[in-house]
Design a protein around this ligand. Sequence first.
Ligand code: SAM
Length: 301
Amino acid sequence: LKALDVLAPYSEIIPDFSDFLDSLQGDPPTGLRVNTLLASPQEVARSLRSRGVRLAATPLGETFWTAQGLRHPGHLLEHLMGLIYVQAVSAGLAALVLAPGPGQWALDLCAAPGGKTTHMAQLMENRGWIIANEPHPERRGALQSNLRRLGVTNALVSAYPGQSFPRRWRFQRVLVDAPCSGTGNGRIGLRGELRGAGAPSGHYTVQQRALLLRGFDLLSEEGTLLYATCTYDPEENEGVLHHLLCQRPARVLPIALSIPHDPGVTSWKGEAYHDEVVHAWRIYPHRIPSVGFFLAKIGRR
Ligand SMILES: C[S@@+](CC[C@H](N)C(=O)[O-])C[C@H]1O[C@@H](n2cnc3c(N)ncnc32)[C@H](O)[C@@H]1O
C-alpha cells in the first residue's frame, strides 16, 4: 500500500496536512506509562535515567513519558518487573478520559493485550472489578501475562465476542477499544509505503457498530462509555457514533481535559452525522508526540 493512496482522502479533514505527513516519517517516539500499582513515577524515572534512557515529558502528566531512541523497551528491567507499560501517549488518553475510580465496576470489551485494562486498574488502585474481555485465545494469553506482570488483582478475563457479551450485568465504566483499520499507527516508509497499518474496510464498521451498541446496553444508568479506535477513518469513528446516536438514547459528552486535539468531523463522503459527534476527540501525530487516535465519551441521555 502506498501511504498517500490511503491517507490523501483525509487531507479534507486533517488540518495542516503537510505537517501531518511530515510527522509520519521515521519511528514514533516510544511512550512509557509508569505502573503506579508497583512504583512511583519519580522512582521509575530516576532508575531509567540512571541507565541512559532519555525521557521527555508528555501532556499526560507525570505517569507518562516518551523515550527517544529506545530500541527494545521490552528488554528493560523496569519492563520485566512490571514497573512500566509501553503505550502510545494517545492511547493513554482512553483510560484517563473514562476515569474509572476505586471500587467501581468496569468492562473492557476488547481488552488484549491489556494496555488500557492495566491503566484502568492503576486508576482504580486495584479496587472494584474489571472484566477484561478478549475473544481471541492467543491474544488472551498476552492479556493474562500483562495483568500478572503489572500486579493487577482486580481483573477477571472473559472470552465473549464483544457484540454478544451477556446483558445480565451493568457496569459503571465501559471501554470499547474496537478492532479497526489502524491507519493511526501507519508510518511512511522510505519508498513511500504505508507501514504498520491496514486500509479502512466496511468489515470493521459493521463490527464496530455492533460492539458499541452492546457496550452501551451494558452501561449502568449513570455510567460512562468510551469508544476508541486508532484510525483516522470517519466511517469507523464518527459514523459509528452516529449509528449509536440513532439507535439508542445516547449522548456524546464533552471531554474536560486540556490536551491538544481536533474535534470530531460532522460530515464525510456526502453523509452528515449527528451534531454531537463534534465532542469526540481526534488526536493527530503532528499535535502530540504519538500516533493517531480517536476517542468519544458517551453517556445516557
Ligand atoms: C484495538 S485492540 C485492543 C487493544 C487493547 N484495548 C489495549 O489497550 O491493549 C482490539 C482487540 O479486540 C479484539 N477483538 C476482535 N474481535 C472482537 C470481538 N468481536 N469482540 C471483542 N473483541 C474483539 C482483538 O483481538 C484485539 O485484541
